[in-house]
Design a binder for this molecule. Structure first.
Ligand code: HEM
Length: 294
């Protein structure tokens, strides 16, 4: 199988920079080949393209399944906006200075063709917790199951991966005002040890109940690489996930937003809301490089 971009499945990093660019026109290739090829000191980069750019790039086989993110209008007036961008660059690693230098270099390399539309700086919070205080990633696939969930297994796109990127803003004051036992019912896991609730304690509107779902008898698996972002005033999560099938993101979001069962929408949506949303396609490593000219 063609090799996926290895940053997708590497171990969690201390620092992240998430860059989303709006690309002008429909380029057949992008500048920045040297940067696309250069490794990030003590880190990694992952590059992905929106539907329009995937189709215009001459050397990247356009995946059939890629589409723009469309806004979600869910139960109780809850919604998720679409802010589809064209190019996604995710820098992760142990050296914030090196990530920053790489982000600047990318901005300069792309300046003739693309505007930086979104920039988020993420960080590992304690033992890989979301800013709500709950461990994020406990039920993520492990070992070989990571790439099996994240990357297309066979065919022309083997090694490619679909991406969902959404910036969420938390209402931490409201969430932390709940007793811990209630916070745990919102998530569906215990706070200190991240043990999944069982029996009557696991409510159907918990986040885990809404996202641990099956479709046609198969578990809907994605690989999540989200990170806390923002400051005290706009603390939240850059939700980032990879999947072998774009539809899995839609099914999960529909389940969270009460579009599969209007009686049960995700209670987490009372405490956090997305303010951006894009789908991207991360081609296998060799096809990603082929998108860049000198
Ligand atoms: C503010 C936004 C979000 C926060 C704070 C959040 C946090 C969490 C936490 C704390 C867990 C339990 C621990 C774990 O298994 O990682 C979890 C599980 C999960 N989340 Fe989220 N999440 C968010 C949004 C989303 C979105 C948008 C999706 C899908 C599109 C999603 C999909 C999942 C999945 C698949 C699981 C694992 C369920 C299982 O099999 O047990 N999450 N999330």
């Amino acid at each position: 199988m063609a090799q996926w971009q290895t940053g997708i499945v590497q171990d969690d990093s201390s620092h992240h920079i998430f860059l989303e660019f709006a690309v002008r026109g429909a380029p057949t290739a992008l500048p920045g080949r040297a940067l696309a090829m250069a490794s990030v000191p003590d880190g990694a980069q992952v590059l992905a393209f929106g539907a329009g750019l995937s189709r215009s790039l001459a050397e990247v086989p356009a995946p059939e399944g890629i589409a723009d993110f469309t806004a979600i209008e869910g139960a109780e007036g809850l919604s998720a906006p679409a802010t589809q961008r064209d190019l996604f660059i995710w820098l992760q690693g142990e050296r914030r200075d090196e990530l920053f230098a790489r982000a600047l270099a990318w901005r300069d390399a792309l300046i003739e063709v693309a505007d930086l539309a979104t920039e988020e700086h993420g960080f590992r919070f304690r033992d890989s917790r979301d800013l709500t205080g709950f461990v994020d990633g406990s039920a993520n696939p492990k070992g070989d199951a990571k790439a099996a969930a994240a990357c297309i297994g066979e065919g022309r796109q083997a090694g490619g991966s679909y991406v969902l990127a959404q910036r969420w803003v938390h209402n931490l004051a409201a969430f932390h005002a709940l007793p811990i036992s209630d916070q745990e019912r919102v998530i569906g896991r215990t706070k200190a040890e991240s043990i999944e609730l069982t029996g009557d304690a696991m409510l159907p509107n918990s986040h885990v109940s809404r996202t641990d779902i099956k479709r046609g008898g198969q578990a809907v698996k994605i690989y999540r690489r989200s990170a806390p972002v923002g400051g005290v005033r706009d603390a939240g999560l850059y939700f980032l996930a990879f999947s072998a099938d774009l539809n899995r993101f839609r099914w999960l979001l529909e389940s969270m937003y009460g579009l599969r069962d209007p009686n049960f929408r995700d209670r987490l949506l009372s405490y956090s809301k997305p303010v951006s949303g894009s789908f991207f396609y991360a081609p296998p490593a060799d096809a990603m490089l082929a998108a860049f000219k000198n």
